[in-house]
Design a protein around this ligand. Structure first.
Ligand SMILES: N[C@@H](CCC(=O)N[C@@H](CS)C(=O)NCC(=O)O)C(=O)O
Length: 310
């Protein structure tokens, strides 16, 4: 079946751990989606035409709406496709905080183990690209030196998962999988894909390894492929479904029509400029246009992103 303006298009690459988070969430929801493969390093001209400068992976596109960062991607998937929910447990709000832990502290421990390990994984071009991305040296020697300490950190955090699963529950929130599973799992998948020493650490936790198999068994929903050109054509022909909405609670008085710039607060801080369409405590949407894709609306989370009035 060909993709339409209603299709979920995930701009991704297969060895991207953050894409794996979304793929598992698509699996939990049993959704049909299209994978649009993007390069692992810059340049990414088609992606940037959609996002206005955001280069990280994954990015979700539905028609002319472009969702940058897994936090807003999963929030939007939950909004559009509420059942089965990503929040099957007793709580909801703090699950987002758990995702912030897995995406920052847990992920950085995994990265140090992977790139500080004995298998050389990064070539010259990759190193240069990631130095541009982070604005600091991609210091393999430093990561090698830190790897033993980070192994302890990674193991301690694996231990939290083991404790959570100790009552025999099948998934982290309870007997159904949710956001916490997709979030924690991708770090383990990333380590297993790339680091035998890291995989050994995981194998030390029987509850975690059994849970990993259950999460892997969820699958990724129904995946098809789409080319970058075809994805851009869909954006060009579509119109955003985001309605203008003022948020009276905006701390700094932002309102629809304001010219603003949004950027990540950690790495990949490329500024994205546009006109504010709507905002809330968890979401900001900007209208922008590009000759290749026409007018699109680009969506970001608020936690972890900075908004500046232009
Ligand atoms: N906070 C972002 C992090 C995304 C991220 O760091 N993605 C990695 C790939 S898994 C990335 O973009 N690396 C640089 C690149 O691929 O160009 C999210 O949750 O989506």
């Amino acid at each position: 079946m060909a993709a339409t303006a209603q299709s979920i298009i995930l701009h991704q690459y297969d060895i991207s751990p953050f894409s794996e988070k979304v793929r598992v969430a698509l699996g939990i929801k049993g959704l049909d989606w299209f994978a649009c493969d993007e390069p692992v390093i810059m340049p990414k001209p088609e992606l940037l035409a959609l996002t206005g400068g955001y280069r990280k992976i994954p990015v979700m596109q539905i028609g002319a709406d472009i969702y940058c960062d897994t936090q807003i991607i999963l929030r939007e998937l939950e909004r559009r496709f509420p059942a089965p929910t990503l929040f099957p447990g007793p709580g909801k709000g703090l699950e987002w905080g758990i995702a912030m832990w897995t995406d920052r502290v847990f992920f950085q421990a995994a990265v140090a183990i992977i790139f500080g390990g004995s298998t050389p994984l990064a070539d010259e071009a990759f190193i240069k690209d990631r130095e541009k991305l982070t604005g600091r040296p991609f210091d393999i020697a430093g990561m090698k030196a830190a790897a033993p300490m980070m192994a302890e950190q990674f193991r301690a955090q694996l231990g939290w998962l083991e404790e959570q699963l100790a009552d025999g529950r099948r998934f982290l929130p309870g007997n159904e999988p949710g956001l916490a599973d997709a979030s924690a799992f991708y770090n383990l998948a990333f380590v297993r894909w790339t680091s035998p020493a890291g995989a050994k650490l995981i194998d030390g936790f029987p509850g975690v390894t059994a849970w990993e198999k259950r999460v892997a068994g969820i699958g990724h929903g129904q995946r098809s492929e789409i080319s970058r050109d075809a994805a851009l054509d869909i954006a060009k022909a579509a119109t955003s479904t985001e309605a203008a909405k003022a948020d009276p609670g905006e701390p700094n008085g932002l309102k629809p029509g304001d010219a603003v710039t949004v950027m990540a607060d950690d790495y990949g801080r490329d500024p994205i400029a546009g006109e504010l369409v709507s905002s809330s405590a968890q979401h900001i949407a900007l209208k922008r246009s590009d000759p290749r894709v026409g007018e699109v609306v680009v969506h970001f989370p608020r936690a972890g992103f900075l908004v500046l009035k232009s």
